[in-house]
Design a protein around this ligand. Structure first.
Ligand code: PLP
Length: 372
């Protein structure tokens, strides 16, 4: 008999009837995009949830980041991390900026602030760190460096929805934070994204640029694009927002079961959160150290797949090693990022993942270990 298929993630959906009921007024108004009623309501609710004075919604997280960078009018160089999804780097390069890679810390995979200053040149204008897997960056230290050198900070907070750090909500750090509401994230609007910021002017400009730069019916004063969120996605967002805290609690149980089962295995390093963090349990990254564990990350990946369990080598390869950047971007000294990238595997993690399924995954990993 074929073993039950387990994917790395499974999208959260509200109860079917609830969504249907919420979209039915759209058939009366026939206003299905262009900053409709649901769009406005979602912006307001999310601003409260993320702890920011304002939100601009987008068609997806990538366009949100790309247009935020464009709106800030950055030029020259941006310090960022190679240990991320390729979107972070694309959004920099597509704005004709040069990404400069800073190494990460091995314990929480976020940018190592002690290595930022050596990368600053007279061309540096911003830092774009990533709250990887929902781990908060060292925001205090990054803020301090940014202030000292007059740099903007935009957080790629695609993994950070619902996290609280040092008592502050997820959208309250830096000059701006980008959130992704893609189907695979902790919170989704099917596809979607947002910029959270307290900068009113930035919001006004972004709102214009995401709608072709249209100021009013006869004036177009920005070279924009189309990156608006439609009403069906906004409604999905309003429905899903009601369940996100409950889903995070369910994710916590999954996290705890994995931790119980895997933390004692030699050569396996599981994820830890520091005591300042109220996590969202977005991912379950595990480091497999071959010398102690007896198998490589790739072997674990393959064996899980043979059992119909699909983990992800997330993030591998590093951005500076993918084909489109390999020959044009320098690695710099990013040895921790390389080390992690070669050993990390993110295991299946989602709210409805059952304890028995977590146990089956852990049984297989335990079995690989005993084989040596
Ligand atoms: C998902 C993700 C993005 C892009 O968001 P989309 O909504 O898919 O466009 C950017 N950065 C990181 C780190 C992500 O995980």
């Amino acid at each position: 008999m074929e073993e039950k298929r387990i994917m790395v993630t499974r999208s959260s959906l509200p109860p079917f009837d609830e969504y249907v009921k919420a979209i039915s007024p759209l058939w009366d108004s026939a206003w299905i995009t262009n900053m409709g009623e649901n769009h406005k309501r979602l912006e307001k609710e999310l601003a409260g949830y993320l702890g920011t004075s304002d939100i601009s919604l987008f068609v997806n997280g990538h366009m949100a980041l790309e247009m935020c960078i464009q709106t800030m009018g950055l030029k020259g160089e941006v310090i960022t991390t190679p240990f991320t999804f390729v979107s972070t780097t694309h959004s920099i390069v597509r704005n004709n900026l040069k990404p400069v890679f800073c190494d990460i810390k091995r314990d929480d995979y976020t940018m190592d602030p002690e290595k930022i200053e050596e990368l600053i040149t007279e061309k540096t204008e911003a830092i774009i760190p990533v709250h990887v897997y929902g781990h908060p960056c060292d925001t205090d230290r990054i803020e301090e460096i940014a202030k000292k050198h007059g740099l903007k900070v935009i957080y790629d907070a695609a993994h950070f929805f619902g996290v609280k750090y040092k008592g502050r909500k997820a959208g309250s750090f830096g000059d701006a934070s980008m959130f992704s509401f893609h189907a695979t994230k902790v919170y989704n609007t099917i596809e979607g994204g947002a910029i959270a910021t307290d900068d009113e002017k930035l919001i006004t400009e972004m709102n214009k640029l995401k709608d072709f730069g249209i100021k009013n019916e006869e004036e177009i004063d920005g070279i924009g694009a189309n990156a608006k969120m439609n009403e069906f996605c906004a409604v999905m967002g309003l429905c899903n927002l009601k369940y996100v805290d409950e889903n995070i609690r369910k994710r916590k149980s999954v996290f705890e079961r994995y931790s119980e089962r895997l933390s004692e295995i030699e050569g396996v390093t599981i994820d830890h959160y520091n005591s300042d963090t109220e996590p969202n349990y977005a991912y379950f990254p595990v480091i497999f150290d071959e010398t102690l564990f007896g198998a490589t990350r790739d072997e674990v990946y393959d064996i899980l797949a043979e059992h119909n369990i699909y983990s992800r080598k997330y993030f591998y390869p590093l951005i500076n090693e993918v084909e489109c950047y390999r020959d044009i971007l320098e690695h710099g000294n990013t040895e921790n990022a390389k080390w992690v990238s070669e050993r990390v595997l993110t295991l299946p993690m989602y709210a409805s993942l059952e304890k028995e399924d977590v146990d089956r995954i852990c049984d297989i990993i335990t079995e690989i270990k005993s084989r040596g």
